[in-house]
Design a protein around this ligand. Structure first.
Ligand SMILES: Cc1cc2nc3c(=O)[nH]c(=O)nc-3n(C[C@H](O)[C@H](O)[C@H](O)COP(=O)(O)O)c2cc1C
Ligand code: SF4
Length: 678
């Protein structure tokens, strides 16, 4: 047996967890009709099969009708949930993985215009900035009703055969009672700490009454809200002791901070560029003080840090949640001594940011996550090895190379630059986004292990491709910035890429015109303003950087606001002209016939890319499929079979931004879908 601390079993009451790695609760927004159906189950079973010891399902499964599913949460208040959860639990149990679920009432952390349009509730009138709903202050009958709802939901989960439950108490109803910032009630549910905790303990007692002493019940709670006037460190420690001493709870799952604002949420669940494992010591202190089973997760994406968390005795179970979204087979690779093969979580937070926009959680660089059924993680070996030639080593080309090599094909990759990476290489030049480079580095290592032949500094033309005598050709040449969007003065502007690459030095007084609204615009503004320059970001949209979602925006704002960057929305850059040694920028508006002028010394335009597609069109007439893709087959995970030109020597596919400007996930998904069946 391995002596790796991470792979030692852990005894939680009567339950033996086979190792120390867990997936903490997270709502991937996969439910259908509020139920954890096939997609949901397949997601958890994939990870159970690979060896994770405990999966805490759902995130914030809703115990009451007036806790509307703002993240498409599981509706634990419906009886039909029992059948679905029972199936999920059974299939995970078959793989030796324990299954629990997080139950909650969101309180004010939701919206009244979801679900049944019931008023949201809270023990006070304070609105949560993130969801903007003004809550109804709870009455006695609300309190009694919700306590019973918790107990009934717990009973349903017990009936479904789950190993236990966890109650959410950070930013949700339970700790809205705990925190003086959100609880305006009088005794017995408001006032001093014991009164504020009364609701939580009433819930726990009601659950014990229904589910008995044996059923495992834990609480995931904030041990320090890190907010003036909120539940502080000392109160957090007192709460920890009270939870333990109550005898009602079997484990503590500790977080630190608050989630009512985007910056608060981002400090609690740090993203790329932020410190790793920032709350591990804090969780360890609670464990040391209480000597009670302690779980914790927050940016512990790598095995070494996870191992340290367990070996040092800071935690009993370490959460590696996004790490498992990026690589569901993490534990299997660890047990097989293949740590190097683990696809790294790069903290891009595409997963989490998407659910705040009503989408389902997707991993930026693992498109099979959440698509376990139609786009399985495992790549099958091809029956007949082929010669596959790929042009371009950005994210799309590198994914195509990795997958084709896993299929057992002989793969050649041409790349014009002296190293792989494409747009990711540019993005990752900024220290804060350095982790993005692992998207490429991991693929490069996987390709090298499988003998992919890379030809760098090679701007491939038609003849170069034909020289490789390919069976399949994949064009992943990406795009180039398109800045010619003005009625005059297009020659006077530079692109965001010019700034990011360092090809153009930042000016002193700069207008960044961003109507792509993605990372490149904000990143350029960040880089320019860091030099001390004055920056104004102008966009025709009604919000700036709409493609940079909530948590990803936080580090930009922290940098840009301190540098006094100006944000100007709903204005469109019309033209630029010379004005002495300055530039005159004329702004117009889609809303009316109005103009404004700015005098600056540099104009940066971010307007996406246009495809680099010459090679594709040169090869198209020589190909068997004339470049055509069967979208039905592509979308349903079926092999391509279009044949238009029987005399053609190879099939030709175009992927990523070489087709149209999109994002990294789209590029990698294109590559996987085309290549996995070649
Ligand atoms: C898509 C997504 C949804 C999440 N939803 C919840 C949730 O509903 N309840 C919860 O307690 N934590 C939720 N989390 C937070 C995770 O449980 C975990 O604390 C966080 O991802 C940090 O751990 P990690 O760095 O290992 O990913 C969510 C995380 C993700 C990625
Ligand atoms: S999207 Fe980013 S943060 Fe989320 S799992 Fe994937 S790599 Fe990790």
């Amino acid at each position: 047996m391995s002596n790796d601390p991470l792979l030692q079993p852990y005894q939680l009451k009567h339950l033996t967890l086979k190792n120390r790695i867990m997936i903490t609760s997270h709502e991937p927004a996969y439910p259908e009709d509020g139920m954890p159906k096939d997609r949901y189950r397949a997601y958890h079973v994939e990870r159970a099969k690979a060896g994770v010891a405990l999966t805490m399902t759902a995130g914030s499964a809703s115990v009451s009708r007036d806790s509307p599913p703002v993240f498409n949460n599981v509706l634990a208040w419906k009886d039909e949930v029992v059948g679905w959860m029972s199936k999920l639990a059974q299939e995970c149990h078959d793989e030796g993985c324990a299954v629990m679920i997080q139950l909650t009432h969101l309180g004010r952390r939701t919206r009244w215009d979801k679900g049944d349009w019931l008023p949201v509730i809270s023990p006070g009138y304070e609105r949560e900035p993130a969801h903007r709903a003004f809550p109804k202050k709870m009455e006695d009958w609300d309190i009694a009703r919700v306590i019973e709802d918790y107990a009934e939901a717990a009973e349903r989960m017990q009936a479904a055969g789950l190993d236990g439950i966890e109650l959410e108490a950070y930013g949700h109803l339970m700790d809205q009672f705990w925190s003086p910032l959100t609880n305006d009630l009088e005794a017995p549910y408001g006032g001093d700490l014991d009164n504020r905790l009364r609701f939580g303990f009433d819930v726990l007692r009601a659950i014990r009454k229904r589910c008995g002493e044996e059923f495992i019940v834990g609480v995931r709670y904030t041990g320090d809200e890190c907010l003036p006037g909120g539940t502080g460190r000392e109160e957090g420690l007192a709460i920890s002791h009270k939870l333990k001493d109550s005898g009602l709870v079997d484990f503590l799952n500790v977080v630190r901070g608050h989630i009512d604002t985007d910056p608060g949420l981002t400090d609690l669940i740090p993203i790329q560029g932020m410190a790793g494992a920032p709350h591990l010591d804090f969780a360890g202190e609670i464990r040391a003080a209480t000597n009670f089973p302690t779980f914790h997760a927050a940016k512990i994406p790598d095995v070494a840090t996870a191992r340290h968390a367990i070996a040092s005795g800071k935690l009993d179970m370490v959460g590696m949640t996004r790490a498992h979204m990026a690589d569901p087979h993490l534990v299997r690779k660890l047990t097989q001594g293949r740590e190097d093969d683990i696809r790294p979580c790069v903290g891009a937070n595409y997963c989490l940011d998407r659910i705040y926009q009503g989408g389902m959680a997707l991993c930026l660089h693992n498109p099979s996550t959440g698509r376990e059924i139609e786009m399985p993680h495992a790549i099958a070996k091809a029956e007949t090895p082929k010669r596959v030639t790929i042009v371009g080593a950005g994210p799309a080309g590198m994914e195509a190379a990795r997958v084709a090599a896993e299929r057992g094909h002989a793969v050649t990759v041409f790349e014009a630059a002296d190293q792989p990476g494409g747009q990711i290489r540019l993005t990752a030049l900024q220290e804060r986004r350095r982790e993005m480079s692992s998207i490429i580095a991991w693929r490069f290592e996987q390709c090298e292990k499988r003998g992919v032949s890379f030809r760098f500094n090679a701007f491939a033309d038609e003849a170069d491709v034909l020289d490789t005598a390919p069976d399949e050709v994949i064009i992943a040449t990406g795009g180039l910035p398109h800045t010619e969007v003005l009625t005059g003065g297009n020659d006077l502007v530079v692109s965001a890429w010019d700034i990011l690459s360092g090809d153009v030095k930042p000016g002193q007084n700069v207008l960044v015109y961003d109507d792509a609204g993605d990372h490149a615009g904000l990143q350029a503004a960040d880089v320019i303003s860091a030099t001390g320059a004055r920056v104004e970001i102008v966009t025709p949209d009604r919000a700036f950087a709409p493609e940079v979602m909530a948590m990803n925006l936080v580090p930009y704002m922290r940098a840009l606001q301190t540098r006094d960057t100006t944000f100007t929305v709903t204005w469109r850059l019309r033209s630029v002209s010379r004005d002495g040694n300055q530039l005159r920028a004329v702004l117009g508006s889609d809303y009316g016939d109005v103009t404004r002028e700015r005098q600056v010394d540099q104009v940066v335009v971010n307007h996406g890319t246009r495809p680099l597609d010459e090679l594709y069109f040169a090869l198209k007439p020589l190909s068997r499929n004339l470049g055509e893709v069967d979208y039905e087959a592509l979308s349903t995970g079926v092999a391509q079979s279009v044949e238009r030109n029987p005399g053609g020597g190879f099939r030709l596919f175009r992927i990523g931004d070489a087709v149209a400007a999109r994002n990294t996930h789209a590029a990698i998904y294109d590559a996987l879908r085309i290549t996995r069946d070649l």
